[in-house]
Design a protein around this ligand. Structure first.
Ligand code: AMP
Ligand code: MG
Length: 334
């Protein structure tokens, strides 16, 4: 009888241990992945840790809300839509901060990064049903409304002349990643990789490997080995249309209003800030390799610049992070 009780006791103990182990294992090793469309692009979320599900849901909610209530230029519910219509207005502190960051990049890039090219972008209509090559007169007219030096921000308010079109197209993806990163601090997660279009956030301890897209074909041409950071790529292959054998892409030269044509096809920036990595990848694409590298140094970021001939240029710090995996590409001088 005594032996029987002992047997029952041991079986019950084993059972409880198994349940506790399963619960702890599920909590520590749970993983959540999701993919959704936001900011006119694909977003992917991969999170690991006990709070993975809640964190992934938060990431999607933050990105959608940021777009629809603050950053979208086309959604009537968004603040950017309203300030563009009213030549400014009251803005919350976080919005003023985003504008300040973009103004800093505008100034340090000598205007190459200009977040007021909204009317010029609309003329080209890239990615819409109205893609077309605008006339010189149309470009001149649209360019007269551009120039971020027209923007005044301070004291919870923003103002600019009527007709200026503020556009977060080059920085909104990175801003979303900064906000997601902040929200993850309150979640029980170990690691996360979140992408919004060509901008990626690597979150957590340990190493991460990120591919750089092959600008001239399928798959990846190189990998970057990184720790926790933000990585953004701007490329002429991302959004474009072709007419009479000419490719017209979406990154515009603020001087001419036409797609940048300096030989570069892709620029990747690695930074501790999502907003900066996104804004600087666009800025450096416009500036070209030499001036782009100077801008990277000014912001303490690293960069990988690829030209149409397959030559890859890297900042000093990026050299040790990059492994070229496609034989169609080579490091400058090698
Ligand atoms: P990204 O893909 O981050 O390089 O951003 C490209 C988007 O930024 C375009 O689709 C436009 O909305 C906007 N844009 C184009 N040219 C510029 C520029 N020179 N400065 C800032 N934003 C730009
Ligand atoms: Mg960008």
């Amino acid at each position: 009888m005594k032996n029987r009780s002992l047997l029952i006791f041991i079986s019950a103990l084993l059972c409880v241990s198994a349940i506790v182990f399963a619960a702890v294992y599920a909590a520590c090793c749970s993983e959540k992945q999701s993919t959704f469309w936001v900011m006119d692009t694909i977003s992917t979320v991969k999170v690991k840790g006990p709070g993975a599900r809640a964190a992934a849901e938060k990431a999607e909610e933050i990105t959608r809300n940021l777009d629809s209530s603050l950053l979208s230029r086309h959604s009537e519910s968004s603040l950017t839509y309203r300030i563009n219509k009213n030549a400014g207005g009251k803005v919350p502190a976080e919005y003023a901060k985003y504008i300040q960051t973009m103004l800093e990049v505008y100034e340090k890039s000598s205007g190459a990064f200009d977040f007021t090219l909204g009317n010029v972008s609309d003329l080209w209509g890239i990615g819409t049903d109205n893609e077309r090559v605008p006339s010189d007169e149309e470009l001149k007219e649209a360019l007269s409304s551009a120039g971020a030096d027209k923007i005044k921000v301070g004291d919870g308010e923003i103002s600019f002349p009527e007709g200026v079109a503020v556009d977060f197209g080059a920085s909104g993806k990175g801003i979303a990643l900064d906000e997601i990163s902040n929200s993850f601090k309150d979640c029980k997660i170990n690691r996360a990789v979140v992408s919004v279009g060509g901008s990626v956030m690597l979150y957590g301890k340990g190493d991460f490997t990120v591919g750089i897209k092959n600008p001239g074909g399928e798959g990846y041409m190189a990998v970057l080995n990184l720790g926790s950071s933000f990585v953004s790529t701007s490329g002429s292959y991302e959004r474009y249309f072709e007419k009479d054998g000419v490719r017209y892409h979406h990154i515009l030269d603020p001087e001419t209003g036409r797609p940048v044509s300096n030989g570069l096809v892709s620029v990747t920036i690695i930074s501790g800030s999502g907003a900066l990595s996104d804004a600087l990848s666009t800025a450096c694409f416009v500036l070209g390799t030499e001036k782009g590298m100077e801008l990277c140094r000014a912001f303490g970021c690293e960069g990988v610049f690829i030209d149409g001939g397959g030559t890859v240029y890297v900042t000093d710090g990026a050299a040790g992070m990059l492994e070229i995996t496609d034989s169609g590409y080579h490091l400058e001088g090698r």
